[in-house]
Design a protein. Sequence first.
Length: 108
Amino acid sequence: MKPYIYLIGAVACEVIGTMLLPFSKNFTKPVPSIALLVAYILAFYLLTFALEGIPIAVVYSTWAGLGIMLISILGKFLYGQVLQWQTVLGLILIVIGVILVNTYAVTD
């Protein structure tokens, strides 16, 4: 269970870092730029601990899938970006895929 806590932390850090990208203004604003770099470094650091108990294919697919889903949802609410029905359907399929990958993953 502990590797999944690290994985959730890595996803959260990656999402925070990505959501800070527009605030960095192409890395010209120091505070958001430093914050997003710290978030990304922490995300990769936490991923290393997740890999101790979860196969890399499961870690990466979960990290990427949940990151895409969360960033899309947050983009809608924080930046007013429009989500078409096809996008919503794709996000639902990503969630289903992440669930399937994690349900049938062989762990150490």
